[in-house]
Design a protein around this ligand. Structure first.
Ligand SMILES: [Fe+2]
Ligand SMILES: [Fe+2]
Length: 258
């Protein structure tokens, strides 16, 4: 990474380390822990993680770290939403069904940016994911649900409906978990890797900063699950606060480059 961007990222990490966990993690400790346990112990998720680790380029801000965070939060969202939402007759889903939904959300999270450097990465990712998932013991419906979620995960694009309510929910959980990353993690990981990878000079980057902030603001209104709509905006607000502090830091520390 370019040394200026590395210094800014370190500053971002330092500021972010003093931020509290967002309410999402504080209010749903059970579901967050369940998702983490599934992520650590499920053999299929583990195999897919290893596959993604071997097929993801880590130099542009959407690598393995990003995929893992999205997978874990998509799993937590699937667990939260699954409790309030069921297509079963009795209004409840079994622990096995819940485990399955969490596993599917994590598979979608792991694979969603596997084609991130390609144009139309969501569609291309879905096509690629289908081929990968066919190697594992997934049903046809499960594969269709995961691929649809990947295809639907980009912001400000039209979404396709799921083949079922579960499919649509999986799609929405992936979207929200991905957009949670547009908060603090945007400034502690993603953006510096992206600008460094694209060789963008700091001056040009700072010129585009205000429009980038407007873009982040807009994300707040796009969350799709009921939980994401309530808790998602706080992720973005934390990121915006960090972004504001970094903007002043850059103007002071790197004035000679601007
Ligand atoms: Fe993406
Ligand atoms: Fe992503």
């Amino acid at each position: 990474m370019n040394s200026i961007y590395e210094k800014i990222r370190n500053q971002a990490l330092d500021i972010a380390s003093r931020y509290p966990a967002t309410a999402f993690y504080q209010n749903f400790p059970e579901q967050v822990a369940f998702s983490l346990r599934t992520f650590e112990s499920d053999p299929v998720v583990g195999a897919l993680h290893d596959f993604v680790a071997g097929h993801t380029e880590d130099d542009f801000g959407h690598g393995l770290h990003h995929a893992v965070k999205v997978a874990q939060d998509a799993g937590a969202l699937a667990a939260i939403e699954g409790r309030c939402f069921s297509s079963g007759n009795d209004g409840f889903i079994s622990d096995d069904q819940m485990g399955h939904r969490v596993r599917m959300a994590q598979c979608a999270g792991l694979l969603h940016d596997i084609r991130r450097k390609h144009k139309n990465h969501a569609q291309e990712g879905a096509v690629f994911a289908e081929k990968v998932l066919e190697r594992y013991a997934f049903s046809r419906h499960d594969i269709m649900d995961v691929c649809l979620a990947i295809e639907n995960h980009e912001a400000f694009k039209e979404t396709k409906p799921g083949r079922s309510l579960e499919g649509s929910l999986l799609s929405d959980c992936l979207y929200d978990a991905d957009k949670f990353r547009w908060g603090v993690e945007n400034f502690t990981h993603t953006v510096w890797a992206m600008v460094s990878y694209a060789n963008i000079p700091i001056r040009k980057f700072m010129d585009a900063y205000p429009s980038g902030i407007v873009f982040l603001e807009k994300i707040k209104t796009t969350f799709r699950t009921p939980t994401g709509k309530i808790y998602g905006p706080e992720f973005i607000d934390q990121g915006l606060s960090l972004g504001e502090q970094l903007y002043s830091y850059i103007q002071t520390e790197f004035a000679r480059y601007l």
